[in-house]
Design a protein around this ligand. Sequence first.
Ligand code: GLP
Length: 256
Amino acid sequence: MDVVIVEDQEALGGTAASLVVEGLRADPRLVLGVATGSSPVTTYRALLAAHREGLDFSQVHCVALDEYVGIPASDPASYHSFVRREIAVPLDLRPENVLVPDGNAPDPTEACAAFEDAVRGLGGVGIQLLGIGRNGHVGFNEPGSPFGSRTRIARLSPTTRADNARFFPRPEDVPTHCLTQGLGTILDAARIVLVASGSHKARAIAAAVEGPVTEACPASVLQLHPDATVIVDRDAASELHRISRRHASLGGDWLD
Ligand code: GLP
């Protein structure tokens, strides 16, 4: 696992976007796994800047990590809406190249299997962008999620519902369930780039990067991935203590 520490959220977005741009230059048909939430927004903005300078996303496939169960895809808080608003429309992706789990499917289990089939049909994810929850969740894989899990229906923890209440009119409007790629699904990506900013993420980042690999911190499983990069700003890095020079590969700034 490489850890890159940058000054702030803008630098974080620029650094993460540069890895995506590199991937896209190597393969114009890149399958890009995308995360929702605040953390990757500066990354998407930096990708938009690259697109405005001529980078072509027309052959890119975009695969989302998760979706709430039971809110319409047209609801601004849905992840269908997020992906459309923050990624697909600004980058001029073809609508048919955007894949988000169907949180309104009459049979969620079938929808999860169809989602897994579709990702496999694309040849798997080339670069997966991730955020991280305060409790170490990735996608919506809450603490205790099995490392081998696949796309499935899952229950949101009280912490995650409280954290995501800011996107809904009232806290009780936050859905209780979601469809999420499993940790096993996420680990199938060829390359993983996790971004985190702010001191409220420092504990989760320390546990993910320096703690034991344990289902109590789902993101810690990324330590087992052969090509995972964690990009954090100084605040999110503030509880890291064992950063080694091995991690200096991308020109970040190191604590030791
Ligand atoms: C949600 C998403 C995650 C995301 C997390 C953190 O729970 N399902 O994919 O990483 O929020 O969000 P934020 O970056 O806003 O803190």
